[in-house]
Design a protein around this ligand. Structure first.
Ligand code: CA2
Length: 149
C-alpha cells in the first residue's frame, strides 16, 4: 500500500489566484492540488488534499492523521501559523512527520509573520517558492519515508 500524505491548507487559501498575485502568485489552490497529485504519482505516494477556514477542522484533521498513522503531513496553516497554540498542541500529539509550507517568504514580510508556532512541531519548513514548495515538501517526505525503511 502507498503511504498516505495529508496536505492541509488553512484560512483564505481557497482565495488563491483571485487576489494579491504579487504576494501569492497566480495559481489557484486547485492548480496546486494538481501539482501535488502529479508529484505524488511520481513518488508513489497517495495524497489527501484539504482546505478549511476553521481552526477546529485543522486540529481534527491533524488528530485523524495521527490515528490513521499517515505517512506524513504537509501543512500550510495560513494565518493560524502565527497564532494557533491549538494547532501546535495537535501537531505535538501526533507521531507523524510534518513539513510546514508557505507560499510566500514569511521572513521577508511583516514582522508578525516571522513567528511560526507550527515550526516548533515541524520536521522542516519550506517558504517562498509558491506552489513549488508543496512539491518540495512531498520530495522531503518521500526521502524521509525511504530513509526510515
Ligand atoms: O505564504 C503563505 O503561504 C501564508 O501561509 C499565507 C497566509 C498568510 O496569512 C501567512 O502569513 C503566509 C494567507 C493566505 C491567504 O491567501 C490569500 C490569497 C488571496 C487573497 C487573499 C488571501
Amino acid at each position: 500500500m502507498k503511504p498516505k500524505i495529508l496536505i492541509l491548507n488553512g484560512p483564505n487559501l481557497n482565495m488563491l489566484g483571485q487576489r494579491e498575485p504579487d504576494v501569492y502568485g497566480t495559481e489557484s489552490l486547485g492548480d496546486i492540488q494538481i501539482r501535488c497529485q502529479e508529484r505524488a504519482d511520481t513518488l508513489d505516494l497517495d495524497i489527501d488534499f484539504r482546505q478549511s477556514n476553521h481552526e477546529g477542522d485543522l486540529v481534527e484533521w491533524i488528530q485523524e492523521a495521527g490515528k490513521s498513522s499517515a505517512g506524513g503531513l504537509i501543512l500550510n496553516a495560513g494565518a493560524y501559523t502565527h497564532t494557533s497554540i491549538a494547532i501546535l498542541d495537535a501537531l505535538r500529539a501526533v507521531d507523524v512527520p510534518v513539513i510546514e509550507v508557505h507560499l510566500s517568504n514569511i521572513h521577508r514580510r511583516e514582522a508578525y509573520r516571522s513567528t511560526s508556532y507550527i515550526s516548533q512541531a515541524s520536521d522542516g519548513m519550506i517558504c517562498g517558492f509558491g506552489g513549488l514548495g508543496y512539491e518540495l515538501a512531498l520530495d522531503a517526505l518521500a526521502n524521509m519515508l525511504n530513509s526510515a525503511k
